[in-house]
Design a protein around this ligand. Structure first.
Ligand code: HEM
Ligand code: HEM
Length: 185
């Protein structure tokens, strides 16, 4: 089952969720590592090029995921409480928004000097806006957003674990595997 239903996620949403989670954690770790390198480190240029290339590809996957989400039903909340359901929805919207803001600020840092972003020598994303302190400003915003996103993801993961171990419902299970509709007796 590729598509979502009212009660479960389909394979496409599950695969996109975990692929993107892996990429976000990877970009966060790589980002922190690479800004500490000096010009003389052999990885100085390549790590930045890798961060930018994966970042641009992730932005494309993000677009696909959002479209997929809008074209599919969202499985209903299992907590049964309206406040919790609203909180979960708000957190998911914020997760999407923070990822988008990271792509935009990352793009603005990388292209502030008028240079395009080379994505794995495959295609390039041209520069549009350039400004005197654009690089510093976007860099500061990018760093704060990255920490903010990771903090929200930590909360999000804790909420998923609470569903699993405290409420003992299928919230986490249905993001790991497709749950077939219950058979009617
Ligand atoms: C979810 C996506 C992303 C995450 C989690 C992320 C995370 C990070 C982190 C943690 C840093 C280090 C910040 C610091 O300590 O100064 C960083 C730096 C950087 N990121 Fe990203 N990033 C993402 C996407 C992107 C994208 C899409 C681009 C460009 C297309 C990009 C370009 C850069 C650049 C150029 C730097 C170096 C900034 C500097 O030298 O101060 N990032 N990123
Ligand atoms: C960078 C990491 C992550 C990001 C950006 C992220 C983002 C999201 C988003 C946007 C949704 C909403 C559903 C959708 O639009 O497809 C979602 C759902 C979900 N996520 Fe994550 N997630 C991350 C990591 C995790 C981790 C580590 C866990 C578990 C420990 C987790 C468990 C879940 C569960 C169980 C759902 C389904 C919630 C429901 O059915 O109401 N996520 N995630």
């Amino acid at each position: 089952m590729l598509r979502n239903t009212d009660s479960s996620y389909g394979w496409a949403a599950i695969a996109l969720h975990w692929l993107m989670a892996l990429a976000v954690f990877g970009l966060f770790g790589l980002g922190l590592y690479m800004v500490d390198l000096t010009y003389y480190d052999p990885w100085y240029r390549d790590s930045l090029a890798l961060h930018k290339s994966i970042g641009v590809l992730l932005a494309l996957v993000w677009t696909l995921r959002l479209l997929w989400r809008l074209l599919n039903p969202t499985p209903r909340d299992l907590s049964g409480s309206r406040v919790q359901a609203l909180g979960a929805h708000a957190a998911h919207v914020l997760l999407y928004a923070m990822m988008l803001a990271l792509f935009v600020s990352g793009y603005l840092i990388s292209t502030a000097d008028g240079r395009a972003i080379e994505v794995f020598n495959w295609f390039s994303v041209p520069s549009t806006l350039t400004g005197d302190n654009q690089e510093d400003l976007a860099g500061m915003v990018h760093e704060w957003l990255a920490w903010g996103l990771i903090a929200l993801v930590a909360l999000h993961a804790l909420a998923a674990l609470k569903h699993h171990f405290v409420d003992r419902d299928a919230t986490l299970k249905r993001m790991i595997t497709v749950i077939k509709q219950e058979q009617k007796p």
